[in-house]
Design a protein around this ligand. Structure first.
Ligand SMILES: Cc1ncc(COP(=O)(O)O)c(C=O)c1O
Length: 392
């Protein structure tokens, strides 16, 4: 038997990827599975972005290593993009381009955490935070909001803070719930982090995907002392339908960026050059495709949220304002069908109704399931019908 390192032994495979792998296997076997488990837009990358990438390959520009922290013109474009969105002046040396936002987060935890340092993560939370913190030697302290809107507050965070708390992760718009913190709520939490000398990681990867008039306020719009205490995580994956290209970025003080870049130099070197040229076009070219996709997600959210009210035992308490997920409470549905865990419930949905979803356990909130509505309305309608049938 191979003896793996303690570090590797402690890591669980990504639950979202596991369900989608199983769903793809069933599809390959000819089973008509509707896969609502993955966190990616169904749209292909907009043409102008693809053309820029092809051009960079054909011209030979994309043949070579780029600087580890990213192409200088891309770092500059990211700085200008953030400034345009938030009004905050950002310099290129405050930006690192990473292999997806995921690697940006991984490197940030590696750069900042010592063994047993604690990281506050607000539940329900994205699957990878916990495993990445563990890999950096840290300990995740889940904060389970008591409020029915699933939002935490400074008072609640204070209950979980100890002398070892080093980082707070705030993800808004949130995966998996789709909730969006208001400006006042974000400000209060960011200020709490400053006052308590806890670094804030603001994961704003879904910041451009908000719906029905919701306004998203980035932490970067706030005071100097808040921004200086913040590490912004963002990227092009979700808003530009570019999950496969693997380009994310970190915006932080030059000191943090230098350390992240030093780590990256030994892990991935630069993100793929061709993908960086694609991201450059995404951020500097027309933003119309982003708005078109956003509108499309909004329509699907509204239709699917309404249709899902008819699934027996599913409780959709808070209508999502952002991202592209629904996160119903299925405790009653589990009771009606005789399941004691949402993992078993999700597996039965996959095997019997051929609808792939992710169980809430993966997000630190059992009794729920996550469905992505980043797929066509026809498939979403069919999935809802299948769930209604399943519950009968
Ligand atoms: C909240 C959150 N942060 C970060 C990421 C990582 O994004 P990327 O594909 O750029 O690595 C995801 C992707 O699912 C996410 O949902």
């Amino acid at each position: 038997m191979m003896e793996f390192s303690k570090r590797a032994q402690g890591v669980s495979p990504s639950a979202t990827l596991a369900v989608s792998t199983e769903a793809k296997k069933m599809q390959k076997d000819g089973i008509d599975v509707i896969n609502l488990s993955t966190g990616e837009p169904d749209f292909t990358t907009p043409d102008s972005i693809v053309h820029a990438a092809v051009k960079s390959v054909e011209s030979g520009k994309a043949s070579y290593y780029t600087p580890v922290g990213g192409l200088p013109e891309l770092r500059q474009a990211i700085a200008e993009h953030v400034e345009q969105d938030t009004g905050r002046t950002v310099l290129a040396n405050e930006v690192a381009v990473t292999v997806g936002a995921k690697m940006g987060l991984f490197e940030t935890f590696q750069a900042l955490l010592n063994d047993q340092d604690e990281v506050l993560v607000v539940a329900p939370y994205w699957v990878s935070y916990e495993e990445q913190v563990k890999l950096a030697g840290g300990v995740v302290v889940p904060v389970k909001p008591q409020a029915s809107n699933l939002k935490t507050t400074p008072e609640e965070l204070s209950q979980f803070k100890t002398s070892r708390t080093k980082i707070l992760v705030l993800n808004s718009p949130q995966n998996p719930s789709g909730l969006v913190y208001t400006e006042e709520e974000t400000l209060a939490i960011a200020k709490w982090a400053v006052d308590n000398k806890i670094l804030l990681i603001a994961d704003e990867i879904y910041g451009k995907l908000v719906y029905n008039g919701t306004k998203f306020t980035s932490v970067m719009t706030m005071s100097d002392e808040i921004v200086e205490n913040t590490i912004l995580i963002d990227g092009v994956s979700k808003a530009y339908a570019m999950t496969g290209w693997r380009i994310g970025y970190v915006v932080a003080s030059p000191q943090i960026i230098q350390k992240i870049t030093a780590l990256q130099g030994h892990m991935t070197s630069n993100p793929a050059a061709v993908a960086q040229y694609a991201a450059l076009e995404a951020l500097t070219g027309s933003q119309e495709p982003v708005e078109e996709m956003r509108q499309s997600f909004e329509g699907r959210l509204n239709n699917t949220y309404a249709a899902m009210q008819n699934v027996p035992g599913f409780k959709l308490e808070n209508k999502p304002d952002g991202a592209f997920y629904l996160f119903p409470n299925v405790e009653e549905a589990m009771r009606l069908k005789g399941f004691s865990s949402s993992v078993d419930f999700a597996m039965a949905l996959l095997k019997e109704a051929h609808v792939a979803v992710v169980a809430g356990e993966a997000f630190g909130m059992p009794g729920h399931i996550r469905l992505s509505y980043a797929t066509s309305q026809n498939l979403l309608d069919e999935a809802v019908q299948r769930m209604i049938e399943f519950m009968k």
